[in-house]
Design a binder for this molecule. Structure first.
Ligand code: G3P
Length: 218
């Protein structure tokens, strides 16, 4: 399973990239706005820090403008995945960009049928938002299960399921059990995966016993 970090904060991205376990980055207009920085500058920096896909989202809603924006974004670096919304114009744009060899991440997916359309449009990734479904008392993880099951049935579907709007470590465990290809996760949630109280307790005991031996490895 691949882990992307869902942030535009370059320091958070650098810190996670240092672990060697970060496979990509997703941004969206809200995350860019949060940085208060220039869009192109931030995205270029991220693409230099991370080798894997970096999603950068278009701002237009009509096909022609989305396509022009998508082409401009794709020109930033080879690892850009142009993010388009799951609308008729977004999918039309996805198809054209994908046919030209550009990675496309179709975002704001909230139903299995929308995910089928994204796969047919040649998206590299589809982003179902689990947290936002949970927020309205729907079952976000059930959507991931449905999409994974459907994609499994069609060998011509090459789209990867990118679980988005992840709020907790359980979203990641459940997604992995279902076979989702990628989870894009806030930095704080990614860091929480490393920790377990029994790991800390066990390490303390090992270190204190080792100290008693008076030995050193180096
Ligand atoms: O990047 C899209 C998605 O992950 C947003 O998450 O927490 O704003 O619903 P959230």
């Amino acid at each position: 399973m691949k882990f992307f970090v869902d942030t535009a904060d370059i320091d958070e991205i650098r810190e996670l990239a240092d672990t060697g376990l970060l496979d990509g980055v997703t941004t969206n207009p809200s995350l860019i706005a949060k940085t208060g920085r220039d869009f192109f500058e931030v995205v270029s920096e991220i693409c230099e820090v991370v080798d894997g896909p970096v999603s950068a989202e278009v701002a237009a809603t009509d096909h022609e403008t989305m396509l022009a924006e998508g082409r401009k974004l794709a020109g930033i670096a080879d690892n850009i995945a142009v993010k388009v919304p799951l609308t008729p114009d977004g999918l039309k744009t996805c198809r054209v960009l994908a046919q030209a060899g550009t990675m496309v991440n179709v975002t704001l997916c909230f139903s299995a049928n929308q995910a089928i359309l994204a796969a047919k449009a040649g998206a590299s990734f589809v982003s179902p938002f689990v947290g936002r479904l949970d927020d309205i008392a729907a079952d976000g993880m059930n959507l991931i299960a449905e999409i994974c099951e459907i994609y499994e049935n069609y060998s011509d579907f090459k789209t990867e399921v990118l679980v988005a709007s992840v709020r907790s470590p359980m979203h990641i465990t459940e997604s992995a059990k279902m076979g989702a290809h990628v989870a894009t996760v806030p930095a704080s949630v990614l860091w929480s995966l490393f920790h377990h109280p029994l790991t800390d307790k066990g390490l303390d005991a090992f270190l204190s016993d080792w100290k008693k031996t008076g030995q050193s490895i180096l």
